[in-house]
Design a protein around this ligand. Structure first.
Ligand code: MRU
Length: 346
C-alpha cells in the first residue's frame, strides 16, 4: 500500500483518511486548526505512533496557515505546540516531531523570516518528517524480512502497518517487503479490543495489498500458538525505554507472555523516533487512560480502559529498527545503535 492516506490539500492544509470509518468507508477530512488536529488524534481518526508525529507536524503547519495576518505570533506557536503535544501521552513520536518543528521555527525566526517564510519552513520540516518516516519504514522492512522464514505465519497486535505511519508500516514492513520479493508470508491479526485496530485496519490494509490475513479475537491468540499456527510475533511500539521495555497497544504484553510460553519469538519493530532514551525503564512510561465508554461495561460496573501496556524487555527476542536488528542485552546495544540525535531524547 502506498502512503495515500495522508497528504496536503492544494492550499497546503493537512488532509487525512478518517481511520474510525474503516473498513466501511474511505472518508477524507481536513485539519485546519489546532482544535481539528487534537480532535483527530484523540478520536483516533489519525493514530499509530509515527503517524501521530507526522500529523502533529502537518497539522501544526495547517493551523498556522489558517491564521489571519498578524496572528501567527511566537506565543501562538508555543501554545499550539504545547496543546498538540498534550493530545496523547504515550507515543513519544509526538514530542519528537514537535521538537523538530520548534527547531525549524527557531532557525527560520533567527534568519529574520516573515510569517510566510516561517510557514514555508514549517511545511518543509513536516514534509521532511514524513519522508524520513517512509524511509525508516523501508529500512525496518529490509532488516525484519531477514528474520522471517519462507512461508511463515506472523501474528501481530493492533495496527502497525502503513495506516500507522507515513510509509509501509513498522511491524508490517517486513511482511510487505517479503510480499514484494514474491516470498510466501501470511498474517494473523489480533482483533485488538476495544477499538479493533487489528480487525478493522490491519486486516483491511493487508487484504487490500493481496497478503493473506486471518482475523481472530484477542482471546484466540493463545490457542493459535498452542496449535502451532504461529511462527513468530511482530508488534509495533509507542515508546521504547533505554533498557528495551516497550509500550504498545493494550494486550501486547499478554501476547508476549503467551509467545514465551510457547517458545515463539516475539519481536518489536520501530523507528529511531520511537526510542525515548531519557526513560530508563518501562515503569515511567505514561499510559493513556481512555474513556470507559469504549468498553461495554454493564451499568453499575466500573469501566477501566488503559490504552497501552508495557512489555518487559526480557520477553522481546529482538528490536527491529531502521538502524538494524538489536538483540539483548539491550541497554548498551540500544545506546550504541540509536544515536541520541535521532531518538526522541536527542
Ligand atoms: O491507539 P493507537 O491506535 O494509536 O495505538 C497504536 C499502537 O499501539 C501501535 O501498535 C503503535 O503505535 C505502533 S504504530 C507503527
Amino acid at each position: 500500500m502506498n502512503c495515500d492516506h495522508i497528504g496536503w490539500t492544494e492550499e497546503g492544509h493537512f488532509r487525512y483518511l478518517d481511520q474510525t470509518r474503516l473498513p466501511q468507508e474511505e472518508k477524507f477530512c481536513e485539519a485546519r486548526t489546532v482544535e481539528d488536529v487534537i480532535e483527530a488524534m484523540q478520536t483516533l481518526r489519525v493514530r499509530g505512533a509515527p503517524l501521530i508525529g507526522i500529523s502533529a507536524a502537518m497539522g501544526l503547519t495547517s493551523a498556522a496557515r489558517t491564521l489571519a495576518d498578524g496572528a501567527f505570533t511566537r506565543d501562538w506557536f508555543e501554545g499550539a505546540v504545547d496543546r498538540i503535544g498534550a493530545a496523547r501521552p504515550t507515543a513519544i513520536n509526538l514530542h519528537w516531531a514537535l521538537e523538530r518543528m520548534r527547531d525549524a521555527y527557531e532557525s527560520a525566526a533567527r534568519a529574520g523570516g516573515d510569517g510566510a517564510a516561517l510557514i514555508a519552513a514549517l511545511h518543509q520540516e513536516a514534509q521532511n518528517i514524513w519522508d524520513e518516516d517512509a524511509a525508516m519504514c523501508l529500512a525496518i522492512g529490509e532488516a525484519g524480512a531477514r528474520l522471517i522464514p519462507d512461508g511463515a505465519t506472523v501474528m501481530t497486535h493492533c495496527n502497525a502497518g502503513a495506516l500507522a505511519t507515513g510509509g509501509i508500516g513498522t511491524a508490517l514492513a517486513p511482511v510487505y517487503e517479503l510480499h514484494k520479493q514474491k516470498r510466501r508470508v501470511q498474517v494473523i491479526s489480533n482483533e485488538t479490543r476495544p477499538l479493533r485496530q487489528g480487525s478493522r485496519l490491519t486486516a483491511w490494509e493487508l487484504a487490500k495489498a493481496g497478503i493473506p490475513v486471518t482475523s481472530i479475537v484477542d482471546g484466540a491468540a493463545g490457542a493459535m500458538m498452542a496449535q502451532g499456527k504461529v511462527d513468530l510475533v511482530i508488534t509495533g511500539a509507542d515508546r521504547i525505554a533505554a533498557n528495551g521495555d516497550t509500550a504498545n497497544k493494550i494486550g501486547t504484553y499478554g501476547v508476549a507472555v503467551l509467545a514465551r510460553a510457547h517458545g515463539i519469538p516475539f519481536y518489536v519493530a520501530a523507528p529511531c523516533s520511537t526510542f525515548d532514551l531519557a526513560v530508563t525503564s518501562g515503569e515511567t512510561i505514561p499510559i493513556e487512560l481512555r474513556s470507559p465508554e469504549e468498553i461495554d461495561a454493564a451499568p453499575g460496573a466500573v469501566g477501566y480502559n488503559p490504552a497501552f501496556d508495557v512489555t518487559p524487555a526480557e520477553y522481546i527476542a529482538a528490536l527491529i529498527t531502521d538502524r538494524g536488528i538489536i538483540e539483548p542485552p539491550y541497554t548498551e546495544r540500544i545506546s550504541q545503535l540509536i544515536p541520541k540525535g535521532a531518538s526522541s531524547s536527542g
